[in-house]
Design a protein around this ligand. Structure first.
Ligand SMILES: [Zn+2]
Length: 281
């Protein structure tokens, strides 16, 4: 992606210089993490379990300064440009539809982090918390995406993930997320999961819409990087890697094929009205 020298957003909170956050946990943390976080990928029992172990294992962790490397700083700049791009494009799309876009914050962290949705760790993967309207990311996730989940990697894989999380912010502003959670109440787990899949696929669709309006900045291979990331974090791909079997009723994000399909649909159409993932349920 062509990003050097472009506008950087002021809405990035870089907490990477702090080693871990103070993890103060009360009861019901498992519920908070599972129910409230729009975790990007890999929200299997196993990863949530790991996250909790990490959080609970370090209750007294103190904050200590750790200097950022030149590579860390460059990654921070890249993230600021992608966030600025999202602000510009979604600001325009909202304005064209007679609405006002409110810029979310993006928090870069390492280890663990406190959010309005509860404590979380990097094992949860990148996520959006509707409670404080912030995207939380530990950039080490992208190494894992390559080594553990077999994605191609590349800068546009990161751009796609950021755009997916911003997609959840768009859903929050439009009221879609709240409606979805209401609809989940009283439903069986399998039915509630289907709604979650629709929400996730729509976020992939919105990431595609954002990419549509960003075409002049794309390099050859960028779309393949996004599709490879989407492919790697499909529920079927993750389950077969992590637990050796696929349980469709437990899907919360959609299959690899669905995730790629909706990203591509957003990318080709550039029309937010075509993100009709809830109609397919
Ligand atoms: Zn998501």
């Amino acid at each position: 992606m062509k990003w050097l020298g472009r506008r950087q957003s002021d809405n990035v909170e870089d907490r990477r210089g702090l080693s871990g956050g103070k993890a103060v946990l009360g009861g019901g943390v498992i519920g908070i993490i599972i129910l409230l976080l729009n975790v990007f990928g890999g929200e299997t029992g196993q990863t949530v379990g790991n996250a909790l172990e990490q959080l609970q294992g370090n209750p007294q962790q103190t904050e200590a300064a750790a200097p950022l490397s030149a590579a860390d700083k460059e990654m921070g700049d890249f993230v600021r440009v992608i966030l600025a791009d999202n602000e510009d494009i979604w600001g325009k799309i909202f304005a064209e539809n007679g609405m006002t876009y409110q810029n979310p914050k993006l928090v870069l962290f390492r280890g663990s982090v406190q959010t309005a949705c509860g404590g979380a760790s990097s094992a949860s993967g990148p996520f959006y918390c509707p409670g404080d309207q912030k995207v939380y990311m530990d950039l080490d996730f992208f190494d894992e995406l390559k080594t553990k989940f077999g994605a191609k990697g590349g800068d546009f894989a990161i751009a796609y993930v950021i755009a997916h999380e911003i997609g959840h912010h768009v859903q929050t502003l439009l009221g879609t997320s709240a409606k979805m959670r209401e609809a989940q109440e009283g439903k069986s787990e399998a039915e509630a999961n289907k709604l979650s899949v629709a929400l996730e696929l729509q976020a992939d669709f919105y990431a595609g819409v954002w990419t549509h309006y960003n075409q002049k900045h794309l390099d050859t291979g960028d779309i393949e990087e996004a599709l490879s990331a989407a492919n790697a974090v499909g529920d079927d791909a993750i389950q077969s890697k992590m637990q050796g079997q696929i349980v469709p009723d437990s899907f919360t994000h959609g299959t690899s094929e669905q995730r790629m399909y909706w990203f591509k649909k957003g990318f080709t159409s550039g029309d937010i009205r075509q993100g009709t993932t809830f109609e397919d349920i």
